[in-house]
Design a protein around this ligand. Structure first.
Ligand SMILES: Cc1cc2nc3c(=O)[nH]c(=O)nc-3n(C[C@H](O)[C@H](O)[C@H](O)COP(=O)(O)OP(=O)(O)OC[C@H]3O[C@@H](n4cnc5c(N)ncnc54)[C@H](O)[C@@H]3O)c2cc1C
Length: 565
């Protein structure tokens, strides 16, 4: 008997009790929800104990059951064989932050559409967020227009993001069509032309068939990557990032995590010149790091060179606010400080284990009791400082994140800095850089507002440029890059993990019912990766709760499901 099944039996007793208890108790913390211990019995109101009073628990004014709010917030229960009559239950606060990871987990657990309801919409989800809804999906405002400052482009085959946008009634927009140049600190080593045939000629002249081979290499990886959607459609889940990667791409994917993209591509026969002049600039613009990132994130980054990239009209963070609304999750403004397992007695004399999530709000400290806690923020020390009082956080979960500074400048670029004395000859509008030590920027390119403008800007207009750099730019550096400028906005991010392969990936299951969504970022960080992880945790926590081991870590899924679709 597996651990998951044993725990379910111990906790919930009879099948009837199991369903009722789950509906009452399921909570999502670091994205979670708290419940009344006494509610678990389902046998009616229980008097408040001394502990309850200490926890500020009282009896609900509407149904007489225990609550921390004076009344229960949501109706639970509903039709289904062997279930107790519906009744109201209370939920308090719990945490998942209001970002793409937490909110897509919330959605995938709680609503009927667009994805399969797992725990169902009778379960209350609390999302505890210390900052803005959206997290690393955020815009900056410059002169009345908004620009993406964090996660900005989405691959056309990112099916979860596509589905969110469709179901939430949002629109996609195409980001700027920029002519790209690769700058090595002295000159452009590659420069795109407006003419398709000229580009083909330049690519073959400079790099032989490397571009074509890269296209095929990325295609092959995408074919394997897409398997995850089929697995998730059939409700399969994975208890570790390694097993998820293995199910998608076998040893090829798991090995890639442990070697650098440089090694992977060299082994695959790509030329060193192509790696230095095309691959390295792609890594620098996407991940602020060089070709020493792991091979899997490197491949994800190269997929970002595909055509058809898109973004959400109005801002990618609209997906987060939309998911918050659609999931009917409750947003709690607060900073989670600690999570601790607590045993609570039930009326029947049993004990039930719940997680006490402590958090700070503007009104002072608060807490919630939850069945399930999902941590949907990176656990790097500089990002969050949640204390887990029942276990030591594995070292790989608290690995540092890479600082990336996004600087927005409205101005006239200094073409001579890039070796063009005459600005009229300077046609590129997206400059990527090689790994040259003297360069103080990773990339610079023009951007358009998240809401398309009704009038296209005049060609003489100065443009808004977005610069990615490892450190904030000094005034002197800005003066080098721009002939003139009249507005500057700086946004500092701890953007993605610092990738140092080979390295252990953090666990998804941190404790019995504490899940870590951002574990997947150590393999590759991207919106879609977090959405995949969210869906995986929604399924995994559900299957583990019900002891459905046959839906977890299954081998040969690609083969088994071939005939199913
Ligand atoms: C500059 C930049 C460019 C990027 N470009 C792209 C791109 O083009 N395409 C792409 O796919 N991805 C891109 N990404 C990555 C992408 O944005 C992230 O992978 C994704 O948004 C992560 O989402 P998340 O929900 O997992 O985490 P986050 O968005 O980081 O959310 C974590 C949330 O947790 C909250 N939180 C933290 N600690 C606590 C606490 N103790 N209590 C309560 N709340 C807490 C935070 O306030 C935050 O809102 C980029 C990221 C950056 C920064």
């Amino acid at each position: 008997m597996t651990e998951a099944r044993m725990r379910t039996m111990v906790r919930t007793g009879t099948p009837t009790g199991r369903h009722a208890a789950l509906r009452r108790r399921l909570l999502y913390a670091v994205r979670g929800y708290p419940v009344q211990p006494a509610d678990r019995s389902g046998t009616g109101p229980a008097a408040c104990t001394q502990q309850d009073r200490a926890d500020k628990v009282r009896l609900c004014r509407s149904c007489g059951r225990k609550t921390r709010r004076g009344r229960h917030l949501m109706k639970i229960g509903g039709p289904g064989p062997g279930l107790r009559p519906p009744h109201r239950t209370q939920t308090a606060a719990g945490p998942p932050p209001g970002n793409i990871g937490g909110l897509s987990t919330a959605l995938q657990n709680a609503v009927d559409k667009p994805l399969m309801p797992k725990f169902g919409n009778h379960v209350q989800i609390d999302i505890i967020e210390k900052g803005e809804v959206g997290g690393r999906l955020s815009t900056v405002e410059m002169e009345g227009k908004h620009y993406e400052s964090g996660g900005s482009v989405i691959h056309p085959l990112n099916l979860h993001m596509k589905s969110f946008v469709k179901e939430l009634g949002l629109n996609a927009r195409s980001p700027n069509e920029n002519l790209v140049g690769i700058y090595n600190g002295d000159e452009f080593v590659f420069q795109e032309s407006e003419w398709f045939l000229v580009n083909i000629f330049k690519m073959i002249w400079n790099y032989g068939l490397n571009f074509l081979r890269m296209y095929m290499w990325v295609e092959d990886m995408m074919d394997k990557f897409m398997r995850i959607y089929r697995y998730q459609t059939f409700d399969f889940s994975f208890s570790s990032t390694e097993s998820l990667l293995h199910a998608m791409g076998g040893n090829d994917f798991t090995t890639k995590v442990n070697v650098t993209i440089d090694e992977v591509l060299q082994k695959a026969g790509f030329s060193q010149r192509f790696i230095d002049e095309i691959v390295a600039p792609t890594m620098r613009v996407n991940y602020g790091q060089g070709v020493d990132v792991n091979g899997f994130v490197g491949a994800v980054s190269l997929a970002g060179t595909d055509s058809g990239l898109w973004a959400v009209e109005g801002g990618n963070n609209l997906v987060c606010t939309g998911l918050l609304y659609a999931s009917k999750a409750q947003l709690v403004k607060g900073t989670v400080t600690s999570v601790q397992e607590k045993a609570r007695p039930t009326k029947s004399g049993d004990t039930v284990k719940l997680y006490e999530v402590n958090y700070e709000t503007d009104q002072g400290p608060s807490l919630g009791l939850y069945d399930i806690v999902i941590i949907a923020t990176p656990l790097a020390k500089e990002i969050t400082n949640i204390k887990f009082l029942d276990f030591d956080l594995p070292i790989e979960a608290s690995k540092p994140y890479q600082q990336t500074v996004a600087t927005f400048v409205h101005g006239q670029i200094n073409a001579s800095f890039f070796g063009y004395p005459k600005p009229s000859q300077f046609s590129v509008s997206e400059i990527l850089t090689t790994d040259a030590p003297k360069l103080f920027i990773n990339s610079i390119g023009t951007v358009s507002p998240v809401t398309p403008e009704s009038e296209s800007p005049k060609s003489s207009d100065t443009k808004v440029w977005k610069i990615f750099s490892p450190e904030p730019l000094t005034d002197e550096q800005l003066r080098l890059l721009f002939e003139s400028y009249h507005a500057v906005i700086v946004k500092k991010w701890l953007a993605y993990p610092q990738y140092n392969p080979p390295e252990k990936l953090p666990p998804i299951i941190l404790h019995h019912d504490i899940y870590y969504l951002n574990s997947i970022e150590l393999a590759a960080s991207a919106m879609e990766m977090c959405a995949i992880s969210a869906k995986n945790i929604a399924l995994l926590s559900y299957h583990r709760w019900y002891g459905q081991d046959g839906q977890i870590d299954q081998e040969d899924l690609a083969e088994r499901l071939k005939s199913e679709l």
